[in-house]
Design a protein around this ligand. Structure first.
Ligand code: HEM
Length: 150
């Protein structure tokens, strides 16, 4: 396939744009805008936002993983340059953190909203916020490392 590498890079960058861009929007725009709402309004809203965004993020993660794996195989595999291995390592850490948010914290937020346990819901959303910030920083570092790979 002549354009396989270009197509994979296109999908890779699309996934990065959706995932990292979505986290930046949620953390720096949506979160401060909702901060003054009462937990009774804020937490159901976060649950609805998370439910939608995490599906997009999961699709982006799969896209990044498969396109990145394919690209790595074309750029030397185990013998690829160190920035590519660093990108893969940081990417996997980001994906594990996302998995923790999606499969441990999000169900907690959901349960808290269903049972109207606002303090626990607020705690879980607070942890999501911290991990998302870590993932934004890792995402930006990973993009920097990707540029070093050129
Ligand atoms: C499983 C994880 C990942 C693997 C195996 C992987 C692998 C790769 C490979 C082999 C390339 C091609 C490099 C080149 O064109 O010279 C690439 C490009 C790129 N990756 Fe990743 N990647 C992963 C995750 C990520 C993540 C999480 C981000 C950002 C948050 C990211 C950002 C980029 C960017 C910006 C490029 C374009 C670099 C350029 O063309 O200058 N990657 N990736």
């Amino acid at each position: 396939m002549i354009y396989a590498i270009e197509a994979a890079l296109f999908l890779h960058l699309l996934g990065v744009a959706v995932w990292v861009g979505g986290m930046v929007f949620a953390h720096f725009c949506l979160r401060p805008a909702l901060a003054d709402l009462s937990p009774q309004l804020r937490l159901p809203l976060w649950e609805a936002v998370f439910g939608r965004f995490f599906s997009w993020a999961a699709a982006a993660v799969l896209l990044i993983l498969f396109s990145g794996g394919f690209l790595l195989s074309r750029f030397g595999g185990a013998h690829a340059l160190w920035p590519l291995h660093t990108m893969a390592g940081l990417g996997v850490v980001m994906m594990l953190l996302f998995g923790h948010i999606r499969f441990a914290l999000f169900p907690r937020v959901r349960r808290a909203v269903q049972t109207q346990n606002w303090p626990d819901g607020a705690r879980a959303v607070g942890v999501v916020r911290q991990i998302v910030l870590v993932n934004i920083v890792l995402g930006v570092v990973t993009i920097g490392v990707a540029v070093l790979a050129r």
